[in-house]
Design a protein around this ligand. Structure first.
Ligand SMILES: Nc1ncnc2c1ncn2[C@@H]1O[C@H](COP(=O)(O)OP(=O)(O)OP(=O)(O)O)[C@@H](O)[C@H]1O
Ligand SMILES: [Mg+2]
Length: 587
């Protein structure tokens, strides 16, 4: 399984400045966060200082008048600190979430425009991880990363300054175990880095496994593979658990070590401090204040490391997301041709096409379809039929030759215009988990209910739609799970019809359906093709027979062209195919 790379730098000025661009609309929030951070750091030593003052000047002096006032001041300070902290958290989180919302929308928009070839080579799971979990990690840069690190460092500096100012000797004594602390922290940080890497890797493996197996559940159950798949799942879970346990083990070692170091510092303070108090060099209030300072400098160091990790992971995620955003695999769209009308004449001129390198899927294919004609493509599986129609709408680019629409190269048409004029009904119908209506209109508000109903009647799907619990508003489940294959097909026909294309492309489903639906779909197809140029990848004899022209493809080459009768008379490929496919069916 693929290792997730996670060795990025925690501070990368290029990445940061690119991220900063996304912060621009939220400048105000950003600066408020910075101000609040500075404020919090600056008031950090206030409480210990107040306690020191109260102890030395009131309690130990036996002056109880005014003591209540001091307590009230301390309480107000605490309340103020809490309120500032509340706004600080709110602001930094809002900032992070706003930024990632913008990036996420941009990523999705970008992905939507990438050409299909990119998706052939990119696992869906990876793109989902990019747009969801990687982005969450980026949000953390803002909510618990950068600004907080600056805040913590500032607080350390302020407190150390106050400490040195109060009593530099005492401060130096307390700092004796600091090198030990830094060393332990460094070791912990390195160990955590590799532990986190493992955790991320197994989380990603877990995701991939679940996603694939839930989508492919039917296969698992049909072949009764539950037990074997369970075993695989258990193995992944075991590794996942172990990775987490390892990471937590480091924590369980580090925290006691941290406590010991703090205890050493405290011991040193009590030992040296009390001697100084007895010698009347310092006041007891200073010792108490220093007890609090110890916690305020040693503990944040641990948190700094956490935040450093967060920052580092955020940077890695940012790099990955920018990687997607920098993918320029678009279909070139330099054409501008947008005629008022498309007649629908299609011509392939010596077209060569390969998905990869020079593994030709179509070899020197030439043919012509006149406006309003129907062309049927037949051939064995893998012959290149679907590929022929994929290149017509420019879902893939051809390498050699030319495809002309009304005598103009399809690359000279504006891409959206070209695709709007060609409706394709795919081999596998894809329905979104949305209403039947939205699946038909694809959110195009220009299409009225009346048009949908007319189209439904034309393809003979009206009755079945009206029988659905909510008619057009019936909610289709993911991938059309709650409709039959034939029904889903009819919905896709209506979809093609309401978009009223000049050219219709139909990749006939190979799945056989019952005779009644078959007849219904047949008449639906006839209706669809009426009055427009159509290219049909035909598996049904009835469709083939009605076509004006039939092309027999074999291994990417045109073997025969002609009408049904002509081809039968040739007694060649078509005849053989016909005998193989239809004779046995007794047609
Ligand atoms: N996205 C793709 N990337 C790489 N190769 C592909 C891709 N799609 C199809 N191919 C290859 O191109 C060849 C032609 O495939 P195509 O889908 O055009 O066949 P087809 O005639 O439509 O077959 P079927 O009747 O099974 O639908 C096959 O060898 C296939 O492996
Ligand atoms: Mg196909």
């Amino acid at each position: 399984m693929k290792q997730d790379k996670i060795s990025g730098k925690a501070y990368d000025s290029k990445l940061l400045s690119r991220l900063a661009k996304y912060m621009r609309p939220y400048r105000t929030i950003f600066w408020i966060s910075v101000v609040l951070t500075i404020l919090l750091a600056a008031v950090a030593p206030a409480l210990p200082m107040l306690i020191e003052y109260t102890l030395d000047n009131y309690i130990l002096n036996g002056q109880y008048e005014g003591l209540d006032m001091m307590l009230i001041i301390m309480m107000l300070l605490l309340i103020a600190q809490t309120i500032v902290r509340y706004f600080h958290t709110l602001m930094t989180n809002t900032l992070g979430q706003s930024v990632i919302r913008d990036i996420r929308i941009q990523v999705f928009e970008h992905i939507t425009n990438l050409r299909l070839k990119y998706f052939d080579n990119t696992p869906i799971g990876r793109l989902i991880t990019r747009t969801i979990s990687d982005l969450e990690t980026i949000a953390n840069i803002f909510s618990e990363g950068l600004i907080q690190i600056i805040g913590d460092l500032l607080q350390l500096v302020v407190i150390l300054g106050v400490m040195f100012y109060t009593d530099w000797r005492l401060t130096l004594i307390i700092l004796v175990p600091m090198p030990l602390m830094l060393w332990a922290t460094y070791i912990f940080k390195e160990a955590m880095k590799s532990a986190f890497q493992d955790v991320r890797l197994w989380v990603s493996n877990l995701n991939t496994f679940l996603q694939e197996h839930i989508s492919g559940m039917a296969v698992i159950q049909y072949f009764a593979r539950e037990e074997q798949e369970m075993k695989k799942f258990e193995a992944i879970n075991k590794e996942h658990r172990n990775a987490h346990v390892r990471a937590n083990w480091y924590f369980s070692i580090f925290f006691p070590v941290l406590e010991i170091i703090i205890a050493i510092a405290t011991g040193l303070l009590v030992w040296y401090g009390s001697k100084q108090v007895l010698a009347d060099v310092i006041s007891p209030g200073v010792v108490v204040a220093f007890l609090m300072y110890i916690n305020m400098i040693f503990r944040p160091i641990r948190e700094l490391i956490d935040k450093f990790n967060t920052l580092q992971m955020g940077m890695v995620s940012a790099e990955r997301i920018f990687d997607v955003l920098d993918t320029n695999e678009f279909t070139p769209n330099s054409g501008t041709h947008k005629p008022a009308q498309i007649r629908g004449e299609i011509e392939f001129k010596n077209v060569w096409f390969a998905y990869n390198d020079e593994k030709w899927v179509l070899k020197d294919v030439s043919f012509k379809v006149k406006p309003g004609e129907t062309l049927a493509l037949v051939g064995a599986t893998g012959a290149g039929k679907s590929s022929t129609i994929n290149i017509l709408s420019r879902f893939y680019e051809i390498q050699k030759g030319q495809i002309l629409l009304d005598g103009v190269d399809i690359r000279d048409y504006e891409l959206t215009f070209l695709r709007k004029n060609i409706s394709t009904v795919l081999q596998d119908v894809f329905l979104f988990s949305d209403t039947v209506k939205n699946n038909i209109t694809l959110q195009n508000p220009a299409i009225t209910d009346e048009e949908i109903i007319n189209a439904a009647k034309r393809v003979g799907a009206y009755d079945f739609i009206m029988r659905l619990p909510e008619g057009l508003d019936y909610k289709v489940q993911e991938r059309g799970a709650t409709l039959s294959a034939g029904q889903a097909q009819l919905v896709s026909f209506i979809r093609a019809l309401v978009h009223d294309p000049s050219i219709l492309i139909l990749d006939e489903a190979t799945s056989s359906i019952d005779t009644e639906t078959e007849l219904m779909i047949q008449s639906a197809i006839d209706n669809l093709m009426e009055g427009r140029t159509a290219i049909v990848i035909a598996h049904r004899l009835s469709t083939i027979q009605k076509a004006d022209k039939i092309i027999v493809l074999e291994k990417g080459e045109i073997k025969e062209i002609g009408s049904h009768q002509e081809l039968l008379a040739m007694d060649g490929y078509y005849k053989r195919l016909y005998d193989l496919q239809f004779d046995s069916a007794g047609i």
